[in-house]
Design a protein around this ligand. Structure first.
Ligand SMILES: [Zn+2]
Length: 74
């Protein structure tokens, strides 16, 4: 009768002991705080990547359009 589906894992955020089971809704994190902090880090990284891509493409497009009327003006 010592069967237990729950076990202790290492929290990915604070590296502390975290209960990995139905009793811990924040698994594999040890607490809601650690889970929120990890998600926040992921969200900020995901926001950075798509934000740089459009800016790069926009600059390339603007440069290509400016190169065309350049010689005409001159
Ligand atoms: Zn933690």
């Amino acid at each position: 009768m010592s069967r237990s589906p729950e076990r202790i894992v290492k929290c990915p955020n604070c590296r502390g002991p975290a209960l990995y089971g139905a009793g811990n809704p924040w698994r594999p994190f040890c607490s809601e705080r650690c889970r929120t902090m990890d998600l926040g880090a992921w969200a900020s990284e995901r926001f950075r990547l798509p934000a740089e891509a459009p800016t790069d493409l926009g600059e390339v497009d603007a440069a290509g359009g400016a190169t065309d009327p350049g010689p005409l003006r001159h």
